[in-house]
Write a protein that binds this ligand. Structure first.
Ligand code: ARG
Length: 573
């Protein structure tokens, strides 16, 4: 169910019936149960508009709302809010419907599905994937899962940085200092080494620089040998990337890296010139944004062709826009990229508008992962942390914690469970933050069976399962009906009823942390419920059936929610 939407409609109807006004009801969940479950805020702006006392208007609205079978209590509060408390019987009947909806757990799909491209992960070839790419991968994958579950058609695209001037250096470097063996065993390490040596040599010896430029020109003109070398760099890097993606359980529909757009670039620049969107400046071709107030004063130029004729990151991104419009017919294009690229995307989207694009363009930014010292996360000796080593450590620490905690995991399953827990912990720690804020990487908080952490939720899921096992119950046969009597039952039920709103809000705003918050609330409310309300030993058959159904709803939401965040569930721990 979409509870908030339902109440919004109910509220609008009350405004119409009581006041004859067509106005938005603005119903929101309250933060504090003292003010009821929801609050209708729409009377205040309306009173201002009608120049009436808000409380006088709120009174008949509350009376109209009180007549609904969904509402137990509607009270005027504060300057003119209406506080709403749901009627337990009504809520129970709605949750009974969700219980029967095995396919979607009561979350309806959007009425109008959009086609959405999500550009995420997008690491650079010949370079170590860094923690920023990990964030993009984890957040992007969760946004995709959310949008799909909401009913949209989503294309995940890994926009690899697999093209550009660095390949001239790499090819020349490979010829001089490269080792085929090292490339085969540790491609990224070897390519980084070659690149370092090549740029040192380039600085010392101008002839080497010329050679690298000549290699680049050969590659760009399609020379088969250069092309083969480039392909090998890409393919060997892909092996390392694929290993990380496999561990994270992340897949892509498309791998349209920067190289995929190479042939479009001259045409893109010509088109921008022809439409008067770009012009020459000191030999380079740039887009200027004098007509875009937000960007008019920005110094950073948006260069689409350098003086030496080279195309740039912006050029490729303009080509990508055109491609996503013409090839994918996307309604919406989402870029999950570090906030520090914010200006680039503002400029890019302004170009999109100049081109008359109607596709909705969104930069979904995220902050930096910090180490203990409050600086961007690095290894102790100041190197970039490789993702593979980070995931290794997560799994090892998870295994240790599972043993310390004395969980019910047989020794032969420790490996697989600590994988699920360790990787899940890393993902959850990233997703639970408001994505725009920086956050401190903290192993102890991350791998915790108590706080707002992945392992705690995986444990909560398994714990509900243990109730079914203890009672030798097949939860799929749990059919309620729900009876919401104890305050703990009611509190859990009210949170469960919010799932549809949470999922849709999280999908629309691309904010997976909303799902994290919801799951954490569910897990805690379930704990209180389970402490206060015996399930298998309930006093009567009706209460028992109702509580089993609450357990089943809880476990399904936890499982569904964890899947939306990319965490695996563990049946027994
Ligand atoms: N490869 C870029 C980087 O590592 C990210 C690309 C993001 N996507 C895009 N269409 N610009 O910073």
């Amino acid at each position: 169910m979409r509870l908030e939407r339902f109440l919004d409609e109910l509220g609008s109807a009350a405004l119409r019936d009581a006041l004859g006004a067509e106005a938005p009801a603005v119903v929101r969940a309250t933060a504090d149960a003292k003010h009821g479950d929801f609050q209708l805020n729409g009377v205040l702006p309306l009173a201002k508009q009608l120049k009436k006392a808000p409380r006088d208007l709120a009174t008949p609205v509350a009376a109209a709302l009180g007549k609904s079978e969904a509402i137990e209590k509607a009270e005027v509060a504060g300057p003119g809010f209406v506080n709403l408390t749901l009627r337990p019987e009504w809520l129970a009947a709605r949750l009974d419907e969700d219980l029967r909806d095995v396919a979607r757990d009561g979350v309806p799909a959007v009425e109008r599905a959009q086609r959405i491209v999500v550009d995420f992960s997008s690491p650079n070839i010949a370079k170590q994937m860094h923690v920023g790419h990990l964030r993009s991968t984890i957040i992007g994958a969760s946004i995709i899962a959310l949008l799909r579950y909401a009913g949209h058609e989503v294309i995940g695209d890994n926009h690899l940085g697999d093209w550009g001037t660095q390949f001239g250096m790499l090819i020349a470097g490979m010829r001089h200092f490269g080792s085929e063996d090292a490339l085969a065993t540790d491609a990224i390490g070897e390519l980084e080494r070659i690149y370092r040596l090549a740029s040192e040599r380039g600085k010392a010896d101008p002839k080497f620089g010329d050679e690298a430029r000549a290699e680049l020109a050969k590659l760009q003109s399609g020379d088969p040998e250069s092309r083969a070398m480039w392909e090998r760099f890409v393919a060997t890097t892909r092996v390392a990337l694929d290993a990380v993606y496999a561990r994270l359980g992340v897949t892509f529909e498309e791998w349209l890296g920067e190289s995929a757009y190479d042939a479009m670039l001259p045409g893109v620049v010509a088109m921008l010139l022809e439409k008067g969107i770009a012009r020459e400046d000191d030999g380079a071709i740039c887009v200027f944004f004098d007509d875009v107030p937000e960007l008019a004063k920005v110094e950073t130029p948006f260069i689409v062709r350098k003086r030496d004729g080279a195309f740039m990151y912006p050029t490729t991104d303009v080509a990508t826009l055109v491609y996503r419009r013409d090839h994918f017919h996307a309604d919406r294009s989402i870029y999950v990229v570090d906030v520090r690229q914010g200006l680039h995307f503002k400029q890019l989207f302004a170009v999109g508008r100049k081109l008359g694009m109607t596709m909705r363009l969104e930069h979904i930014g995220f902050g930096t992962v910090l180490g203990d010292d409050g600086k961007p996360l690095k290894t102790r000796d100041g190197k970039v942390i490789t993702l593979a080593s980070l995931l290794d450590e997560a799994e090892a620490r998870a295994a240790t914690r599972i043993r310390e905690e004395g969980l019910e995991v047989p020794e032969e399953e420790i490996l697989s469970v600590s994988r699920a827990v360790g990787i899940g912990a890393v993902k959850y720690a990233d997703l639970r933050q408001n994505r725009l804020s920086d956050y401190q990487f903290d192993w102890d908080k991350m791998i915790s069976f108590k706080g707002n952490a992945g392992p705690y939720l995986q444990y909560a899921y398994a714990r509900v399962g243990s109730i079914f096992r203890k009672g030798a119950l097949d939860p799929a046969t749990a059919s309620g009906p729900l009876l919401l009597v104890a305050p703990e039952e009611l509190a859990l039920a009210k949170q469960l009823a919010r799932f549809g709103d949470v999922v849709h809000d999280a999908a629309e705003s691309c904010e997976p942390h909303r799902v994290c918050d919801h799951l954490f609330s569910i897990a805690r409310l379930f704990s209180s419920f389970y402490e206060a309300c015996p399930v298998l030993k309930a006093d009567d058959a009706g209460t028992r059936a109702s509580r089993i159904a609450l357990c089943w709803l809880t476990q399904r939401q936890l499982g569904r929610g964890l899947a939306l965040l990319g965490l695996s569930t563990i049946d027994k721990m």
